[in-house]
Design a protein around this ligand. Structure first.
Ligand code: NAD
Length: 388
């Protein structure tokens, strides 16, 4: 049974995961190499819990108990009696290898060693261990206490027992768990790429401006945020880095090709909300353009981005990255899509989406628009992902 939990990294993700674990009654040790970061994390958590008290989500006794169950330290050896350690440090494979090696030398044989990495291979992280069968990816979304989805990623070395224990624990924390193959971007960060990439491409071709593309996807498509607003929220530097990493990891498949526009915006320091300017100007909102609410144009934009997203979701099924149910859950619970992409294609008609993709493929002659073979097969066989 998993009782004591160790977290390495007291940054954005480590703090959020520590909060969830403690709220679920676990003793938690949070380790960070920076003492200043530990102080910041402690103060930040105190503030978050106070807000939860004000909103009457927890009592002040709960708050004290949650804080008392968490120990903040800079000593890795305090993780020695953990049943599970979740690493949430900097996204650097060399540093992760060092940390995993060091932790393995401290903990028991049965301790599960997990990584919250967004983009690195779990197999590679596990390769630093003597007992790699205990290594697994447990990928939370930001902010971890609020986002319901957790992707669980067994590596080729991971044993069944480790997988089952991780799934059981995270389900007990009332999270929506999806299991996925150890492939670049897992489910969400792979399937979501065209939301940014195709929107940027439409802009680069001069078909529409940022505000119009955002309007089409929110007003006509039902997405909570348009791609440019979302990239500004995530940060153009961060979003570009994820795209570039997925592109490289897929051996430069043109479906994931990063955009020069985004690269230039990141280089210019137009990072988004955090720098006051991204695709939109947050210091002088009045200078931002109004959307062109032409419905014909809007529907063209929506169809184009959506068919690319659907093609990516279908590819994830085709390549056995996850089950259709998990892929729809991942996109609705991990990035708040208005509908699962596979449910959407069932509703819109597979033939309609195939025609849209085939048209783009014929018109541009670019590989990025190639329709997935599973989509072709489903059109030929007249099948659906969720027939009932
Ligand atoms: N931020 C997100 O939106 C997000 C979402 C999902 C997953 N992730 C992944 O989670 C991990 C952490 O991301 P984050 O955004 O919380 O980073 P962050 O920069 O906020 O925090 C990282 C923390 O790790 C500490 N650290 C670095 N090296 C260390 C070491 N050797 N030993 C102990 N502590 C060390 C740093 O001092 C820092 O406090 C990354 O792998 C990232 O890819 C991030």
């Amino acid at each position: 049974m998993i009782s004591k939990i160790g977290i390495i990294g007291a940054g954005t993700m480590g703090c959020g995961i520590a909060q969830i674990a403690s709220q679920n009654g676990h003793e938690v040790v949070v380790v960070d190499k920076e003492t200043l970061q530990l102080e910041k994390a402690k103060a930040g958590l105190d503030k978050i819990l106070s807000r939860l008290c004000e909103k009457e989500r927890i009592t002040s006794e709960d708050k004290i108990a949650i804080l008392n169950r968490i120990r903040f330290t800079s000593e890795l050896k305090q993780l020695s009696d953990s049943d599970l350690v979740i690493e949430a440090i900097v996204e650097n494979i060399g540093i992760k290898h060092e940390v995993f090696k060091a932790v393995e030398s401290l903990v028991s044989e049965s301790c599960i060693l997990a990584s919250n990495t967004s983009s690195l291979s779990i197999a590679s992280i596990g390769s630093a261990l003597n007992k790699a069968n205990r290594c697994i990816g447990i990928h939370f979304f930001n902010p971890a206490p609020l986002m319901p989805l957790v992707e669980i990623i067994p590596a080729v070395q991971t044993d069944e027992e480790t997988l089952n224990s991780a799934v059981e624990l995270i389900k007990n924390w009332k999270k929506t768990v999806v299991t996925c193959k150890d492939t670049p971007g897992f489910i969400v960060n792979r399937v979501a790429r065209p939301f940014y990439g195709e929107a940027l491409r439409i802009y680069e071709e001069g078909i529409a401006d940022f505000a119009t593309i955002d309007w089409a996807l929110t007003e006509l498509g039902g997405f909570k945020m348009g791609p440019f607003t979302l990239m500004d929220y995530i940060g153009n530097d961060v979003n570009y880095a994820v795209t570039e990493s997925v592109f490289k990891a897929f051996y430069y498949d043109s479906r994931f090709k990063p955009s020069f526009t985004q690269k230039r915006y990141a280089e210019a320091g137009f990072l988004g909300r955090k720098s006051g300017r991204g695709y939109y100007n947050y210091k002088e909102p009045k200078s931002n353009k109004e959307a062109n609410k032409d419905r014909v144009l809007g529907n063209y934009i929506l169809d184009r981005v959506r068919c690319m997203l659907i093609n990516e979701a279908i590819d994830a099924v085709f390549m056995n990255v996850g089950s259709p149910v998990d892929i729809d859950l991942a996109m609705t619970k991990g990035v708040n899509y208005p509908k699962g992409l596979l449910t959407w294609v069932d509703e819109l008609g597979h033939k309609e989406i195939l025609d849209q993709l085939q048209h783009l493929f014929d018109y541009y002659g670019e590989d990025r628009y190639r329709p997935n073979p599973l989509l072709r097969r489903m059109v030929a066989n007249k099948t659906k992902f969720f027939p009932h």
